[in-house]
Design a protein around this ligand. Structure first.
Ligand SMILES: [Mg+2]
Length: 322
C-alpha cells in the first residue's frame, strides 16, 4: 500500500471500529464471550441505527477538518467546542458518549475563554482514553517530523483535554507506532522501533520517566505473551492502549482486529477506534465487508474530508511546521 492509502484506510478503519463498538459498549468480556459481536449492528446501548459512530470519530473528524487548513492549537480547540456544543461532525446531529475530562476542558475554552494550551487537566485521576481515541489524525499529519518535534506536537494536541504525563505518553506511544507502520510493513519491527524511540525520548524527562512503569506490559513486550482474559479494556488510557496493541498484534486483518477489539467489552467503541487506526494502516480495508463501509453515517462526507486530508499530507500543501 502506498502512504496515501495507508492514511485513508487508517482513519476509515478507526471510524468503523467506533461504529462496531457503539451498540455493545459497557458489555463485559464475559457477556460478549456468550454473544460475540460478529457484524456491524444497530441500536443496543445508545439506540442508534447501524453505522452510527460516537465522540471518538466526531473528534477525529474535527481534528482532520482543522488540520486541513494547517495546525493551529487554538483553532483545533474551538473546532472541538463546535462538536460538543453545536453538534458539529456528529453522526446524526446528537452528541453522545462524551467523556467528563473532555467536557470540562472544552467548557473552559468555550465559556471562560481559556487557551487550548491550558485547558486540559493535569490531574492523575483524569487519565481516561479521551485524547488517545482522537490522536490518530495528528500522528498521521505530523509523521514526517523529527522525534522531538513529533512528540511535542502530539502532546500539545492531547493536552487540549488530557495533559497529565501518563496521557501524553499513551498518545505518544500510539502515535509512534502509527508513524513506524507508515514506513515499515513488519508490525513487530515497527513496535520494537516505536518502543525504542519512546524510551529514548521519555527517559530524558523526569516527569515522563517516572510514568513509564505504567506502560511496562507494552515496553517490556510482555503484552505479546498475554491471553485475552489478561487484557482489560476499560476507559483508562493504559488499558485502552494495551487492548488496542494486543488486538493489533494478535490478528492479521483489519476486520478480525476490529471484532477482537469490540469483543473485549467495556469501552468497546474506543478500543475499536484505537485498534482500527493501527489495523487500517497495516492491512487496509480490503477485507472489510461492503455493508460495514456503506452503513457508516455521513459516509460520502467522510470520504471527501479524509481524501482531502490525505492529499494535504501527501502533497505537503500544508506544512506541519506551521
Ligand atoms: Mg465513544
Amino acid at each position: 500500500m502506498d502512504t496515501g492509502k495507508k492514511i485513508y484506510s487508517s482513519i476509515i478503519a478507526a471510524i468503523i471500529g467506533d461504529s462496531l463498538g457503539v451498540p455493545a459498549e459497557f458489555n463485559s468480556q464475559q457477556e460478549l464471550s456468550l454473544c460475540a459481536v460478529k457484524n456491524m449492528f444497530g441500536y443496543g446501548r445508545y439506540d442508534h441505527p447501524q453505522g452510527t459512530w460516537s465522540d471518538d470519530s466526531a473528534m477525529i473528524l474535527c481534528t482532520i477538518e482543522s488540520l486541513c487548513s494547517g495546525y493551529d492549537i487554538e483553532k483545533l480547540g474551538h473546532t472541538f467546542c463546535k462538536w460538543l456544543f453545536d453538534a458539529h461532525w456528529t453522526a446524526t446531529g446528537v452528541v453522545f458518549d462524551a467523556g467528563i475530562a473532555t467536557v470540562v476542558a472544552l467548557d473552559q475554552i468555550r465559556t471562560e475563554g481559556k487557551s487550548a494550551r491550558e485547558s486540559g487537566s493535569k490531574l492523575e485521576q483524569d487519565n481516561g482514553n479521551g485524547s488517545l481515541m482522537r490522536i490518530l489524525p495528528a500522528a498521521l499529519f505530523f509523521h514526517q517530523l523529527q522525534l522531538d518535534d513529533f512528540l511535542e506536537r502530539i502532546h500539545e494536541v492531547s493536552s487540549i483535554t488530557h495533559a497529565h504525563p501518563r496521557a501524553l505518553i499513551g498518545c505518544g506511544l500510539y502515535s509512534l507506532l502509527i508513524r513506524e507502520l507508515l514506513k515499515n510493513n513488519d508490525k513487530i519491527a515497527a513496535l520494537h522501533r516505536a518502543v525504542a524511540l519512546a524510551l529514548e525520548y521519555y527517559n530524558k524527562y523526569p516527569e515522563f520517566k517516572k510514568e513509564l512503569c505504567q506502560y511496562i506490559r507494552i515496553l517490556s513486550f510482555e503484552l505479546l505473551t498475554l491471553e485475552e482474559q489478561e487484557i482489560r479494556s476499560s476507559g483508562y488510557i493504559v488499558d485502552t492502549l494495551e487492548a488496542a496493541f494486543w488486538c493489533f498484534l494478535k490478528n492479521e486483518s483489519t476486520s478480525t482486529t476490529l471484532l477482537s477489539a469490540v469483543n473485549l467489552g467495556l469501552d468497546t467503541d474506543t478500543t475499536g477506534t484505537v485498534a482500527g487506526g493501527l489495523a487500517g494502516v497495516q492491512y487496509g480495508l480490503d477485507d472489510i465487508p461492503e455493508n460495514w463501509l456503506n452503513s457508516l453515517a455521513r459516509k460520502e462526507e467522510i470520504d471527501q474530508l479524509v481524501n482531502q486530508f490525505t492529499s494535504t499530507i501527501i502533497n505537503g500543501t500544508t506544512s506541519p511546521e506551521t
